[in-house]
Design a protein around this ligand. Structure first.
Ligand SMILES: [Fe+2]
Ligand SMILES: [Fe+2]
Length: 396
């Protein structure tokens, strides 16, 4: 009973996400009353469902940056033009998805598609689950552009604003847009995945949004994007490596090319945080500490396919098992950023700032230790069916 009350109280605070959770409830009813091969076999999940809001959604804090700090971002507009916009690639020098795909206007199209499908035959299903999850993450790009435009002082105020921040965000989005597009088309041609289930997942995900806990605060926002660009760099780099191991060099090239974009974006976002540490070391280190305490949630953490209530956890578990994105990667990224931003060397901090500095510097080893312990007592999951691959079961 207590659980019901708490959950109801919690849910009533979650107005913006009410639709998402009622949407889920609707589907729970649908699931319970439908005889379908997707029907979850684990009864425990059903018991707590009606009262469980999406776990990842927290109390929403807004506009946590003091208004006077907006001026910092106005004053950095010229700096951003010289230092951040240079990390964009001119459109005419950019690759496009069609560079990597069979040309539908060419005579050899059928043959090229056949070759593509032959290459994909050697790739195991668990790899496809992870590649699909990565593709879906990329396809929810409208959410990420929206998220960046929630940030005070840097948002695109008009949709065509000429501040460096707005120019960056639009061009960044335009570059990113090719990632989901290319992976989507490759996966479609592969014939190995259930496109309708994937498309349904993308629609649910964009409708659900994300909860990165960045509070309209560009300090928090750019720390989040620094982490995320590196996380996607690592993850696409690993799908490239595995594609090569499975003999699909074309897919390896695709994932590697996307990874290179992510790396370039990481460079830009980490430079912004580096600059904030220079002009406002206390504010920036407090923001890093805050973000790390809250943990960096993955952009697609609210994913749902209409069937699996724990889809994101299941996808993440497969990514962890095949080594595409692991808990160790999380600690490595944190360690990389702490070194990149020379957090240990920061001086002149307030006592709060020093506390945050100590916390951030000691965090990666602590995460590693916790992770080792968690691994040691990790429970064995039963195989999980993924709708994305026609309900085939995957060990996680
Ligand atoms: Fe991307
Ligand atoms: Fe990215």
């Amino acid at each position: 009973m207590a659980l019901k009350l708490n959950a109801a109280a919690f849910q009533s605070q979650m107005q913006p996400f009410h639709n998402a959770s009622s949407l889920r409830s609707h589907h729970r009813v649908f699931m319970a009353s439908t005889l379908h091969h997707h029907q979850p076999s684990v009864e425990v999940r059903n018991v707590k469902k009606p009262f469980t809001p999406p776990r990842e959604v927290h109390v929403q804090v807004t506009h946590s940056m003091p208004p006077e700090k907006r001026e910092i971002f106005d004053s950095l507009n010229d700096w951003a033009e010289k230092n951040i916009l240079v990390h964009l690639k001119p459109v005419e020098k950019c690759w496009q998805p069609s560079d990597f795909l069979p040309d539908p206007a060419s005579e050899g199209f059928d043959e090229q598609v056949k070759e593509l499908r032959e290459r994909c035959k050697e790739i195991p299903d668990d790899y496809f689950v992870v590649l699909v999850g990565d593709m879906i993450t990329e396809e929810a790009l409208p959410t990420y552009q929206t998220m960046i435009n929630t940030l005070d002082g840097v948002r695109d105020e008009t949709g065509a604003s000429l501040t460096s921040w707005a120019i960056w965000t639009r061009a960044w989005t335009a570059e990113e847009n090719r990632h989901g597009d290319l992976l989507n088309k490759y996966l479609y041609l592969s014939g190995r995945v259930d496109m309708k289930q994937i498309e349904t997942t993308v629609q649910y995900l964009i409708g659900s949004g994300m909860d990165p806990r960045t509070e309209n605060n560009p300090y928090l926002g750019f720390i989040y994007t620094s982490f995320q660009e590196r996380a996607t760099f690592v993850s696409h780099g690993n799908t490239a490596r595995l594609a090569k191991e499975h003999g699909d060099t074309k897919l390896a090239q695709i994932c590697g090319t996307i990874a290179a974009d992510e790396k370039r974006h990481e460079t830009a976002y980490t430079k912004i945080v580096e600059k904030l540490l220079e002009v406002d070391p206390d504010g920036a280190i407090l923001a890093i500490g805050d973000m790390m305490k809250k943990k960096i949630s993955m952009p697609a953490h609210l994913m749902y396919d209409g069937w699996d209530e724990n889809l994101f956890e299941h996808f993440s578990a497969v990514a962890q098992r095949i080594g595409v994105y692991t808990a160790k990667d999380y600690a490595d990224i944190l360690e990389f950023l702490v070194a990149r931003w020379e957090v240990e060397k920061l001086t002149g901090l307030s006592s709060e700032g020093r506390k945050a500095q100590d916390y951030v510097c000691g965090l990666a080893p602590r995460i590693r230790k916790l992770e080792e312990r968690a691994q040691a007592r990790a429970k064995q999951w039963s195989p999980v069916p993924f709708s994305w691959i026609f309900d085939k079961e995957i060990k996680i």
